[in-house]
Write a new protein. Structure first.
Lengths: 202, 202
DNA sequence: GCGTTACGAGTCTGACCCGTATCGTATTGC
DNA sequence: GCAATACGATACGGGTCAGACTCGTAACGC
């Protein structure tokens, strides 16, 4: 909670304490509205307040503005990372690729595409985005390195390019619905196998 | 020009004809404003009119609203498709992959990410997007089929998945700047070679 | 020249929103 | 009980914008 008054280490301030229910309601309302199709900039504090059953002042008491609120709301969304089992490199990759764009919160899928423009226009939001995905990239990087060490993968591959190779197809499909005819269910497996084997005759 | 009064087949209406200069100026102003960082919904008819040096009425006389205008403006943007030479399958693929997200109009690169949210929220915009990319997909499909026929590519590959494999990495890099460390210049070549050869030890 | 239509520029009404302030009320520590 | 702070609700001034409208002017066919 970057912009919220910290409640943990405070020496206990006088007066009525902030309502935790309001905190929750505001964040939830924000995410709900986004998931219902509102774009980031169409989202208004007034709409959030109304949806949360909260006065506008209650929001402004906690956050400096829409950006700060959004930052906190999106942080709630990222969910847990998939944890590869570590037995088979192929299976681990299928798991990681399948986890791309899949979060615990079903609203995430609707919200993600909205972030694409923001990411390229604000350095802050770009950093936030990188912070979320870089640990996931690291996870995949480790699996690939392990594959090289175990002799399953060639030692001369470019790990970074390979990650883009595995991630890209899944991301454009989940975020952009790039090709409506592609079956999203079996895609992770087919992507991993194709990258592993190559498409060239040999 | 879906929403504009057609000027070609009309039997010549009386009065002063529509100014072609105004047509151009409005479209150009729209694209310029988008390329300068305005998001789709932040874009206002008033701003477009001011930028184009045109009265608001002149815009409303031609288009029903912002959506119709945007549709026409974006159509102007798609530019020319890359034309594979047809000698080497690998070189053709490198050319096609390198052309992803690269249009003749330099403004296109700035505008593209903005479309990601719109694509998933409106069936119309989704259709527009598909109309733009499907001929390009077809081009790549033909190159892959040719590769299979010539015996350069394996006959058992899934062509659709392979296209996603080639397109995805380039697209997430150009649109999302997915991995800032990846060199966009050499990426097409490296992606194509990796997909061709596979990463597995054999 | 005359009717017709388009032009740029501007006005006007009605939305919607931001961020602040102010109600009366509720909840805390002292 | 009392000061302090919170709450939801609402009002406020200031801003932007959509669309419809009005000017005086310009370009066309007849």
């Amino acid at each position: 909670m970057s912009d919220m008054t910290s409640t943990a280490d405070a020496p206990r301030s006088p007066g009525r304490p902030r309502s935790v229910r309001a905190d929750e309601a505001i964040i939830e309302a924000t995410l709900d509205l986004l998931a219902e199709g509102s774009t980031i900039e169409a989202l208004s504090i007034e709409a959030i307040a109304a949806r949360a059953g909260v006065g506008k002042a209650t929001i402004y008491r906690r956050w400096a503005g829409k950006d700060a609120l959004l930052l906190d709301a999106l942080r709630r969304l990222k969910g847990v990372m998939a944890q590869p089992a570590g037995h088979s490199v192929r299976d681990d990759l299928v798991l990681l690729v399948g986890a791309i764009g899949k979060n615990v919160d079903p609203r995430a899928a609707k919200i993600m595409p909205c972030l694409a423009p923001a990411v390229n226009r604000s350095a802050d939001q770009f950093q936030l985005y990188q912070n979320i995905i870089s640990p996931r990239r690291q996870l995949m990087r480790e699996v690939l390195r392990r594959g090289i060490d175990e002799g399953v993968l060639r030692a001369d591959i470019d790990v970074e390019v390979t990650m883009a190779l595995l991630t890209g197809p899944m991301l454009i499909q989940r975020v952009l619905q790039w090709n409506p005819d592609l079956d999203e269910q079996t895609l992770p497996e087919r992507v991993v196998d194709a990258v592993l084997e190559g498409i060239q005759v040999r």
